[in-house]
Write a protein that binds this ligand. Structure first.
Ligand SMILES: Nc1ncnc2c1ncn2[C@@H]1O[C@H](COP(=O)(O)OP(=O)(O)O)[C@@H](O)[C@H]1O
Ligand SMILES: [Mg+2]
Length: 245
């Protein structure tokens, strides 16, 4: 569904991404694991058109209508319109607005406007907690609730692929569990999810496949099962010895 190949990106002379290729299929959760500074955020931002990728990359999506759309070089709003929604690092929501206002902002892309009411119902079905708090100012909510608003807003654009940049960062263990449970439910509706996470254990528990990124390059990939039992992954991301394979 999402096909990315040969993405490179620079900040000045610093090469943050070096020819990264990956794919995400319908109904699949794909996790990207990597140390701080490995290039995970740059990768999601380059796919979303927020960061400039070098010419020569291919980013293509085939949505529900099966038509293939080539997205490299397109502006961010065109990428949203093609069916890719980013939940950025730090969430990118508007603290002074209410839950309802934030969610409705997500329905702004033309692809989503006609189904705004149905999409809102879908989001509130996933996040009943938001239903009770539609009029609450987002700034006054907990981190976990704010993350739900951010994900809900992205879903309001009716995406085919959801990109999530460290959604569990700063959440309590209970909230993390709830969040990952919700991602698994979102997958059931047929979306593809590309998830950047520091929480390797919980993300591999719900993911179908994963990639390891280091210094801007993909250095490993495999099924979530294979990655969980890979000694290098265990050492670097799971705390070797603690893992029950
Ligand atoms: N806006 C920026 N300007 C300059 N360098 C940046 C910028 N953003 C990220 N970098 C650098 O690019 C590399 C990749 O960063 P990033 O994609 O944020 O990594 P990650 O999300 O994996 O922690 C790092 O070396 C980081 O310091
Ligand atoms: Mg990051």
């Amino acid at each position: 569904m999402l096909e990315v190949s040969g993405i490179s990106a620079f900040y000045g002379k610093h090469r943050a991404l070096d020819g990264v290729s990956l794919n995400v299929e319908r109904g699949e959760i794909v996790v990207i694991l990597g140390a701080n500074g490995a290039g995970k955020t740059t990768l999601l931002n380059a796919v979303a058109g927020v960061v400039h990728a070098e010419p020569g990359a291919r980013i293509a999506i085939s949505g529900k209508d099966s038509a293939v759309r080539e997205l490299s070089g397109m502006p961010a709003h065109a990428i949203v319109e093609a069916g890719i929604a980013l939940v950025p690092e730090g969430r990118g929501i508007f603290g002074e607005l209410t839950v309802r206002e934030n969610l409705l902002l997500g329905a702004y892309p033309p692809r989503a406007r006609a189904n705004e009411a149905a999409n809102l119902d879908m989001v509130l079905g996933l996040f009943p907690r938001l239903q009770e708090r539609l009029k609450q100012t987002v700034r006054t909510m907990s981190g976990g609730e704010q993350q739900m608003v951010a994900i809900g807003r992205a879903l309001m654009s009716a995406p085919d692929v959801l990109l999530l940049d460290e959604p569990s960062l700063g959440l309590s263990p209970i909230m993390c569990g709830e969040l990952f449970h919700i991602l698994a439910r979102i997958r059931q509706s047929g979306l593809g999810i590309l998830l950047v996470e520091q929480n390797a254990r919980q993300s591999l528990a719900i993911a179908d496949r994963g990639y390891i990124i280091a210094n801007g390059r993909i250095v490993g990939s495999g099924t979530a099962e294979a990655l969980k039992t890979d000694p290098a992954v265990q050492r670097a991301y799971l705390g070797a010895g603690e893992v029950k394979a």
